[in-house]
Design a protein around this ligand. Structure first.
Ligand SMILES: [Fe+2]
Length: 215
C-alpha cells in the first residue's frame, strides 16, 4: 500500500516578509499548562503491572520572549503548543485562503533550543496546514512516521523546509519536531480547518500571486 503524501512545497509563492519574521521573534510565547509536577518522577504501569519510570520532569519557565525567560502566566488552553497569534490573517493571501478554503487561524509556533516536540497528530480540528519556516535552523528536523508490521519499527519521511517559503503539511500523520540546534526555531503555522490535504493542494498549486510579497 502506498504511503500518503506528507508535505508539498509551494515555492511558486513568495517568501515570507521580514515583518512576520520580526513579529515571530518579538512575540511572547505562553507555555502550556503544567502536566507534571517538577521533580516528581513520571511513572506508569505496563500490561503486567510493572512500574515503568519515564524520568523526572524538568521545570520550564512560565514564558519566553526571544528565548529569554520572562514572568508571565502559562496559557490555559488544551493545546500543547507553544504559540502566539500572528497578524498574517490581514494579508491578501490569508483572505484568499479564507474565501476559498474556509476558516484559518495563523499563529507562530516556537521550538526552544535542544527540544523535542513529541509524536502527535494536529487534533485542533484541522487536517492540513500551510507552514513557513522563519528561522535558519538546519539542525532541526520535522519527521512523519508510518507504522510497519513490526511494532517498534517505523518508516520515516523528513520534511525539508525551504527557508522562508510556504509548504503544505499533512497534519493527520504522526509527526514530531526535533530542534537539535542551540537556536530558537519559529514557524508561521496556518491551519486550514475546513478542507482536506488534497483539496488544499489542488487550490494552492493553482494559486498565483502577482506580487513577490504578502504585505
Ligand atoms: Fe503538529
Amino acid at each position: 500500500m502506498s504511503r500518503p503524501e506528507t508535505h508539498f512545497h509551494l515555492d511558486h509563492l513568495p517568501p515570507i516578509d521580514q515583518f512576520f519574521i520580526d513579529e515571530a521573534n518579538n512575540a511572547t510565547y505562553p507555555w502550556p499548562s503544567v502536566d507534571y509536577e517538577p521533580g516528581v518522577p513520571i511513572t506508569t504501569l505496563d500490561k503486567s503491572g510493572n512500574v515503568k519510570n519515564h524520568g523526572v520532569p524538568i521545570s520550564t519557565p512560565a514564558c519566553t520572549q526571544q528565548g529569554v525567560s520572562v514572568e508571565g502566566a502559562r496559557h490555559t488552553r488544551t493545546s500543547r503548543t507553544i504559540s502566539q497569534t500572528s497578524s498574517f490573517i490581514k494579508t491578501k493571501f490569508a483572505q484568499d485562503l479564507q474565501a476559498n478554503l474556509g476558516r484559518i487561524k495563523p499563529k507562530y509556533l516556537y521550538n526552544p533550543p535542544r527540544s523535542l516536540y513529541d509524536w502527535h497528530q494536529d487534533l485542533g480540528g484541522h487536517k492540513c496546514c500551510v507552514n513557513f519556516l522563519l528561522t535558519d535552523t538546519p539542525g532541526a528536523r520535522t519527521i512523519h512516521k508510518f507504522p510497519t508490521d513490526c511494532r517498534l519499527n517505523f518508516q520515516v519521511d523528513v520534511v525539508e523546509y525551504n527557508l522562508y517559503y510556504p509548504l503544505l503539511f499533512n497534519a493527520r500523520i504522526d509527526h514530531c519536531v526535533i530542534n537539535m540546534t542551540d537556536q530558537h526555531r519559529y514557524i508561521l503555522h496556518i491551519p486550514l480547518f475546513d478542507v482536506s490535504y488534497d483539496v488544499a493542494k489542488e487550490y494552492l498549486v493553482n494559486y498565483t500571486s502577482d506580487s513577490n510579497r504578502y504585505l
